[in-house]
Every structure is written in C-alpha cells, then in structure tokens.
Design a protein around this ligand. Structure first.
Ligand code: CMP
Length: 275
C-alpha cells in the first residue's frame, strides 16, 4: 500500500496524517470493479493508491468515457462538496488498491488542512467544467484542441438561487453554458424548460438579434460560462459548425415552447437540449 502515492495527503501535518491513516478503509479490487455509481448518494472520497481507474457517465443511453485517473488521484469529491448525487461512475481498470476516506473523517480534519479543502474545491470546479465540455451540445462535436481554445474565451460566473440571468423582453448580453446547478426557463408564468450541466441558453436572441424570448432563473446555485455578445460574433464567424448546432437547438426549443404555451398545463420539459 503506497500512501506516499497520494499527493492530497501531503497537505496533512504528521499528526493529521496519523489520524487519517487510522480511519482510512483500504480496498484491494479486481479489474473492472465498480467503485462508485452515478446517481447514488456520496458519503466518502477515494484515492487511488495503486493502479488506475476510469470515470464514465451515461448520456442519452450511451456511456461516455470522461477520464482515466492514475495512481495518486482522488475522486468522489463532487458529491461531498456539492451534496448532489454522484455525477459519474468510477471503475478499476486493472488490479487496484483504493483508499476510502469517510466524510466524517474529512470533516474532522478539514480545518486542520485548509489547503486540502481548497485542492478538493479546485478539482471539483475543473472536473465539472471538463464534464460540461464533454457532454454539452455546444462543445461535443469539437476536437479537444478547439474545445480548449473555445472555453478560454468564456468567463466563469457563479449565480445564487433566485438570480435572473435573462429577463424576457430585455437585451441579452451573451451566450451562457451551464457548468453546474439548475436553472428554469420561464415565460407567461409557465416553466418551459429545466437547464442543467452542459445545456446552453441565450442562443435565440443571439440568432434573432432581438431581446430575450424568456426569463432564465437560477433554482439551485449555478456555475456558468458566459461568452460576451461581441466575442460570440467573432467565435461564430470562426466556427460555422457552432452556428448549425445553435440554430438546430433554437428551432427545437421554439417548437417545444409553442406547444407548451398552447397547452393549458405547460408541464416543465427537461432541458430541451439536443441529444
Ligand atoms: P462524485 O460526483 O462524488 O462521484 C463521481 C466522481 O467522478 C466525481 O465525484 C469526480 O471525482 C469524478 N469525476 C467526475 N467528472 C470527472 C471528470 N470530467 N474528470 C475526472 N473525474 C471526474
């Protein structure tokens, strides 16, 4: 067992390290073992002491490979930090030794190792972004280099529950991509859609040059990427394939909105984002 393989532990003082060692659970696992499952509640974080793991996510009935994590990496931090269910499944690749640190232990040592908490938060943000890039309609068709270039033109934005990012009839200042959190699209007192990680919005006014077609409100604390209106125009000129994606989504949404507004019930539709 190689604890020295796990850089996260270097944030600990000797006293904390000894405390953690006493409470860590060690799992010696065979190849292709499911360590944690997407959608389940998370009560521990894990570190790879030996071997490698792969991270997968289900999207529209398909399994997407998000990442391979080598020895020394940790995973399972997102559910603990955000309180949301596991966002991905994690599997061993070959034989592996996995360390499990229960939440109670992390909570206890968190204040003794503030740099560890900061590292976990930084990784969580970065991974949410990578997942939004891998699963989001706007970026999915791009090769990794183009994706990376594009994402650097966006600005990151945090928004609290209750904040309105777009207001129906008002000018729109850019194109937004949801990295994490939940938003609702509302019009005429109805919820037309729910937006989550990977979805984008603000495309209708971008295409029409007009004002916002609906109001977008944050319902659960959200992290977003925003491409300012003037930068949008440059980017779309450089990448005509994005214009096609945006047009297709805008058209699907316009039709869905017409139907929802015409029906008296107007039940919220998940996402209205492209498959
Ligand atoms: P959690 O959501 O608790 O459980 C699944 C874990 O997979 C998640 O925390 C992260 O640790 C990890 N994970 C999710 N997305 C990615 C990604 N894009 N790259 C690497 N690891 C990820």
């Amino acid at each position: 067992m190689r604890y020295a393989n796990v850089p996260l532990f270097s944030a600990f003082s000797t006293r904390t390290f000894i405390k953690v060692l006493g409470q860590v659970r060690v799992h010696t696992l065979a190849p292709e073992t499911l360590i944690l499952k997407e959608g389940e509640k998370g009560t521990s974080i894990f570190a790879v002491a030996e071997g490698q793991v792969r991270v997968t996510k289900e999207l529209g009935g398909q399994i997407l490979e998000l990442a391979t994590l080598p020895a020394g990496s940790f995973f399972g931090e997102m559910a603990l930090l955000t309180g949301a269910p596991r966002r991905a499944s994690v599997w061993t690749i070959g034989d592996a030794e996995i360390l499990e640190i229960p939440k109670a232990v992390l909570d206890e040592i968190g204040s003794e190792a503030p740099s560890m908490s900061e590292t976990l938060r930084r990784f969580c943000r970065e991974r949410l972004l990578q997942t939004a890039l891998a699963t989001g309609a706007l970026f999915r068709g791009l090769d990794p280099t183009a994706r990376d270039k594009l994402v650097h033109r966006f600005r990151t934005l945090e928004a609290k529950a209750g904040a309105s990012l777009l207001e129906e009839g008002k000018p729109v200042d850019g194109l937004y991509v949801v990295v994490d959190g939940v938003l609702q699209v509302q019009k005429a007192g109805k919820t037309l859609a729910v937006l989550r990680g990977g979805d984008f919005f603000g495309e209708m006014s971008l295409l029409s040059g007009g004002s916002a077609a609906a109001t977008v409100v944050v319902t659960e604390q959200a992290t977003l990427l925003k491409l300012a209106r003037n930068v949008c125009e440059d980017v779309l000129r450089e990448r005509p394939e994005l214009v096609e994606t945006i047009k297709r989504v805008a058209e699907e949404r316009r039709r869905a909105n017409e139907q929802a507004l015409a029906s008296s019930k107007g039940k919220p539709a998940e996402g209205h984002s492209p498959a």
